[in-house]
Design a protein around this ligand. Structure first.
Ligand code: SF4
Length: 138
C-alpha cells in the first residue's frame, strides 16, 4: 500500500513536470530518497501492524472521551455564564430604561453588563417583566 502511494506520488510528480513543460527527468537522488522513505515506512508499518487494532480502539475511545469532556466543559461554562447573567440586576431596576440609546439614567456605562452586578444605585422596580405579565394575564 505504501509502495503504491509512493508510485502514485512519483507518477504525479512526473505528470506535473510534463504539464509544466519541464523535461520529465527526475533527480535520481530524490527518487532514491523516496524509495528509502517508502522502505522505512513499510518497515514501520510491519512493526506496528500487530498493535494496530489496539491503537485504533484506543484512539477511537480517546476521541469519544475528548468529545464528552468538551461537551461537559462547554455546558459547565454555559451554566456559569447563565448564572452570572442572571445576577445582573438592571432589568429589575427602576432606573433601567430598556432603551439601547440610554440603558440607565444613573450609570449608563455599566448598565446591562457584569459590572452592574453589585451596583450601589440599584433600586428595585415594580414594573418588572413578571409584574407586567401578571397584569396582562389579569
Ligand atoms: S442603577 Fe445600576 S442596577 Fe440600576 S439600571 Fe443602572 S446600572 Fe443597572
Amino acid at each position: 500500500m505504501i509502495n503504491f502511494a509512493i508510485a502514485t506520488t512519483l507518477n504525479s510528480l512526473q505528470m506535473m513536470f510534463l504539464l509544466s513543460a519541464v523535461p520529465p527527468v527526475l533527480d535520481p537522488e530524490m527518487v532514491a530518497n523516496l524509495e528509502r522513505l517508502g522502505q522505512q515506512l513499510h518497515a514501520f508499518g510491519q512493526i506496528l501492524s500487530p498493535y494496530l487494532g489496539i491503537i485504533c480502539v484506543a484512539v477511537a475511545w480517546l476521541t469519544v472521551f475528548a468529545a464528552i469532556g468538551n461537551a461537559i466543559v462547554g455546558l459547565t461554562e454555559a451554566a456559569h455564564r447563565m448564572r452570572t447573567m442572571h445576577q445582573i440586576p438592571c432589568s429589575r431596576c427602576a432606573f433601567f430604561t430598556n432603551d439601547h440609546r440610554l440603558k440607565c439614567s444613573v450609570d449608563p456605562i455599566v448598565a446591562g453588563s457584569e459590572a452592574a452586578i453589585n451596583c450601589p444605585h440599584y433600586e428595585p422596580s415594580r414594573d418588572t417583566y413578571q409584574s407586567r405579565n401578571s397584569e396582562n394575564i389579569i
